[in-house]
Design a protein. Structure first.
Length: 71
């Protein structure tokens, strides 16, 4: 994905992803589903933060879910 200045943002598309409502039970989510349902609706700064945090290996909470790269 590219930002408004056409600069490439962190790429998480190659990683297996998962999400959780309670941080205990995790379910798989594919990148295309995440992008279509969640990421496209985010403001650019929030999106950059989300991608940076998740790419670093940490979980990130958006609305009701925590998202992370599957460990």
């Amino acid at each position: 994905m590219k930002d408004k200045n056409n600069v490439e943002m962190e790429d998480i598309s190659a990683f297996p992803l998962e999400r959780s409502l309670n941080y205990y039970k995790w379910e798989d989510i594919n990148y295309l589903e995440l992008r279509r349902e969640v990421l496209e609706a985010l403001m650019e700064e929030k999106l950059k933060c989300f991608l940076r945090v998740v790419r670093s290996g940490s979980p990130f909470k958006l609305d009701d879910y925590y998202y992370r790269i599957k460990s």
